[in-house]
Design a protein around this ligand. Structure first.
Ligand code: NAD
Ligand code: DAU
Length: 340
């Protein structure tokens, strides 16, 4: 019996990872530890809510006493840390919470990992730590060149993980993933935002010229990759995790509209994100050497995601109809329209 602590497990990728763990393994307990910020949502965990191997504990990863209590109570063997502030645009508005959770919170979890001698501490990181890559692909050895408060905070977390491995022997692994899409992604991120706006015939706010490139991967592939690294990865090592294929945002927007049978006139160019990274591109040969391959290509991932949002309006309408979301949308998008 192995006891997993999945921090941030009520968020998008964390919840998908909890579903995967409970589907794949019988002899485990999974404890989700989550602060339930605006992005945390217990609806994401409804499919496992009645599973006796699943437990939920509300708490902040920055709260060392509460983390300690949960570590002891459940006799945790493995920590997988998804908890973070994750939206680049919000990091431009309010960087403080990013530094607090993504850097300090990581340190608190690493201290717990060290104290309790866990078998593995796994950190979920991002391709954004390499900064924009106009040509070629980032390998795990590349220097970090962060350009937003979000990516700088994530890089701080990564470096702390490596420091705890070197200084204290904590068995740390890190995955640096590209843009995930799929079920339960909060509709502030571009793909669920565009799908749900398109369903309601609301304009799709496309930043700048729409030629920024992202590697959109299906969340289940990302979660399988994390599981492979937990089983086969070497402590102290970093693994890039993406499809290795990049697509311009305008192409992504057009595909969504085509699948929903909506007109391209819904695309509304707006002023660009400050410091917008033009392209990320990963070299994923290191994780492929462990036997991992993505099963969904870009088109399949978008298609499956569109289908999920069409079939699960109950999930996203609750969020988009809330006052908090409406205020965010107004603050983020009002008055940014550019002429077409
Ligand atoms: P998300 O925003 O959907 O969820 C984050 C979760 O963390 C929420 O449940 C939230 O309540 C929780 N949380 C936030 N602050 C917390 C705190 N102080 N204590 C405890 N819980 C807290 O995020 P996501 O998109 O699922 O991303 C998960 C992880 O994967 C993050 O570390 C992110 O940096 C990384 N990542 C995301 C992507 C992506 O495309 N979404 C790609 C690569 C890496
Ligand atoms: O690359 C991995 C990262 O992907 C993760 O680490 C982050 O947590 C996750 O949020 C995501 O960051 P991005 O900034 O790439 O994702 P976002 O969905 O915000 O934007 C994707 C692209 O779409 C980016 O080029 C900006 C553009 N965009 C975004 C929004 C929200 C738009 O054109 N319009 C929008 O309204």
């Amino acid at each position: 019996m192995k006891n997993f602590l999945v921090t941030g497990g009520a968020g998008f990728i964390g919840a998908n990872f909890v579903h995967l763990l409970l589907r794949k393994y019988d002899d485990i307990q999974v404890v989700v530890y989550d602060k339930l910020t605006y992005a945390g949502n217990l609806d994401n965990l409804l499919p496992v809510a009645d599973d006796p191997r699943y437990h939920f504990e509300q708490g902040d990863i920055c709260d060392a006493a509460r983390v300690d209590e949960v570590m002891r109570q459940y006799n945790i063997d493995v920590i997988v840390n998804f908890a973070a502030e994750t939206h680049v645009d919000r990091s431009l508005m309010e960087p403080g919470s990013f530094i607090q959770t993504d850097v300090y919170g990581t340190y608190v979890l690493l201290e717990a990992a060290k104290k309790y001698g866990v078998e593995r501490y796994h950190q979920i990181s991002t391709d954004e730590v390499y900064g924009e890559v106009l040509e070629g692909r980032s390998t795990e050895e590349d220097r970090l060149h962060t350009r937003s408060p979000y990516s700088a905070s994530k890089a701080g977390g990564d470096l702390m993980c490596l420091a705890y491995h070197t200084s204290f022997g904590v068995p740390v692994t890190i995955t640096r993933g590209s843009n995930n899409i799929g079920p339960y992604q909060f509709p502030e991120k571009v793909v669920p935002l565009f799908i749900t706006n398109a369903i309601d015939d609301i304009p799709l706010p496309l930043y700048g010229d729409g030629m920024q490139m992202r590697d959109y991967q299906y969340v289940q592939d990302h979660c399988e990759g994390i599981d492979v690294v937990l089983r086969k990865g070497q402590p102290g090592e970093i693994y890039n995790l993406g499809t290795g294929v990049e697509t311009p945002n305008i192409t992504m927007a057009r595909l969504i509209l085509k699948l929903l049978n909506k007109p391209e006139s819904l695309i509304q160019p707006i002023t660009d994100r400050p410091g917008h990274d033009r392209r990320y591109a990963l070299d994923c040969s290191k994780i492929q050497a462990l036997g991992w391959r993505n099963r969904y290509n870009f088109e399949q991932a978008i298609e499956a995601t569109v289908k999920w949002y069409v079939d699960n309006e109950w999930w996203w309408r609750k969020i988009k109809s809330g006052q908090q979301y409406k205020e965010y949308y107004e603050r983020q998008y009002a008055g940014r329209e550019l002429s077409r």
